[in-house]
Unconditional design. Sequence first.
Length: 101
Amino acid sequence: MKPRGRPKKIRIVQEAPKISQFSPRGKPGRPDEAELNLDQFEAVRLVDNLGLKQAQAATRMGLSRQTLGRILKLARKCISDALINGKIIRIHGGEIKLKDG
């Protein structure tokens, strides 16, 4: 069966993150996990960390501004869920292409 809908556009990521997991301290047992895709990580890095406007960040990632806004919304929801509920954040996956190759 063929996949339905439009195929996802490849997102351009400047560089892979230096670490791929954040883990809460002080929570006994094995905490739940929240997954953050590499494109979500890149969107947060460009907009929230570097302070770029969404239009500028979208251009760098090869996306429309609206698509970047949706990615950013999902990323912020994932991060806030992990912080509030004490979950591990794993950064991996997604339809990406590293800029250097």
